[in-house]
Ligand binder design. Structure first.
Ligand code: NAD
Length: 374
């Protein structure tokens, strides 16, 4: 591999040079350390809000996700996700790419992160991949950035404590970004069914985010009740958080998508998603199942519980997307007397938007390795 800086912009020259277009068969590779170094030059929350705003304006595309599950020899659940996305701002520079993120539930027991993979960005003219990057760190960071943006627009106006249920990779990514985005956050209540993981995260916080005072909660219920901002980053596939656990004025970032029980959605003051179709097409997750069963309605559709004549009680409705809030198209409802839920399915357009910002930083810094395909 050659250093990127040795031939700065050779890829760009392929389509910007003297009217003569040439297809190059090399691409820039960024390992995790390089991705992290370049991401330090980038405002991840701003890049996230940029992509969400374009999503609300219809300037994005996300083909159906590829999903391939299997079971490994140890009985662990494995899956491969292939997520294509494009942000195509009118009159602006388009960004297109794919994230391939695979996971095995048995990886943490091997001392490895559950999920990992690579992302690619595509050249506008030749369609060739121009960048390949380690995907795990940025994938977690983009999910955390979404939570930070949602909290800014939809969270309580005043808060200084946060609860995190599930203390793995995503939890750490959230707390890493929290310190930079919300300096008023003073304490973090941690809960994990594996006490060692909660203890490890508390120790990590002491070393990396000393301004955040960690407290390990004795139960999920105690953690949920301890703060007005609750982030779920578990791996459950069966809900365990009822509405009764949520204090008035609570904002829930339901990142892991299956923790809240149906009554938490049905009684919510407001529900926001990243993309209505993505959520609705996945009934394996709580909100997807509620939309399928007509117990929660998609925005603008107001089915009623009961019979087809429209008799019966109105069902709660998803308010819309965070992008629509950012674009000023719908109202931002913050938690007041009840709770507000943010339920992001996870969008490839955020992965590609953030990766492009990292790519530009890598080109400026001369970071990365050139890989020659042939
Ligand atoms: P991880 O395996 O690193 O961490 C999950 C942690 O949750 C583990 O420490 C585990 O012990 C704990 N846990 C499991 N069940 C629990 C329970 N009932 N109560 C408390 N703790 C529990 O996983 P990760 O990589 O951090 O991912 C966390 C979740 O985030 C996954 O479900 C993943 O699918 C989801 N995710 C969502 C998005 C999104 O955009 N919505 C994006 C990426 C990941």
């Amino acid at each position: 591999p050659r250093r990127a800086g040795d031939e700065a912009g050779s890829q760009r020259a392929a389509h910007e040079g003297n009217g003569e277009r040439r297809v190059t068969e090399d691409l820039l590779f960024l390992d995790r350390a390089a991705v992290m170094a370049c991401a330090a030059d980038v405002d991840l929350c701003e890049a996230t809000a940029w992509a969400l705003g374009h999503h609300a304006e219809g300037a994005t595309r996300m083909p159906a996700e590829g999903y391939l599950p299997w079971t490994n020899d140890a009985g662990g659940q494995c899956r491969s996700l292939a997520m294509l996305g494009a942000v195509e701002p009118p009159g602006g520079t388009p960004v297109r790419g794919v994230k391939i993120i695979n996971a095995a539930t048995t990886n943490p027991a091997l001392g490895a992160e559950r999920a990992g993979g690579v992302s690619l960005l595509f050249d506008q003219h030749t369609a060739r991949p121009v960048l390949m990057a380690e995907a795990g760190w940025l994938s977690a960071a983009r999910t955390a950035a979404y939570t930070m943006v949602s909290l800014r627009h939809l969270g309580p106006r005043e808060w200084d404590a946060l609860s995190v249920i599930g203390c793995g990779t995503l939890a750490r990514a959230h707390l890493e970004l929290l310190g930079t985005q919300f300096p008023q956050a003073k304490s973090v209540h941690l809960y994990d069914t594996d006490p060692e993981r909660a203890a490890d995260l508390a120790k990590w916080l002491g070393q990396h985010c000393p301004q955040l005072h960690p407290q390990i909660a004795p139960s999920a219920r105690a953690a949920v009740g301890a703060a007005r901002v609750v982030v779920t980053t578990t791996t459950v596939d069966t809900g365990f958080v009822p509405a009764a656990w949520l204090e008035p004025g609570t904002f829930v970032a339901h990142v892991s998508l299956s923790d809240l029980l149906p009554d938490a959605f049905v009684t919510a003051e407001a529900i926001y998603v990243d993309d209505v179709d993505l959520v609705a097409e996945n009934p394996r997750r709580t909100l997807g199942a509620l939309l399928r069963d007509g117990l929660v309605a998609a925005p603008g559709v107001t089915p009623r519980r009961g019979d087809a004549t429209g008799e019966g009680a109105a069902v709660p409705e998803v308010n819309g997307t965070l992008g629509q809030v950012i674009a000023g198209r719908i109202e931002a409802v913050r938690p007041h007397r009840g709770h507000v839920i943010s339920n992001p399915f996870g969008m490839a357009i955020l992965d590609v938007a953030l990766l492009e910002a990292v790519h530009q930083a890598a080109l400026r810094r001369g970071t990365g390795q050139r890989l020659c395909l042939y």
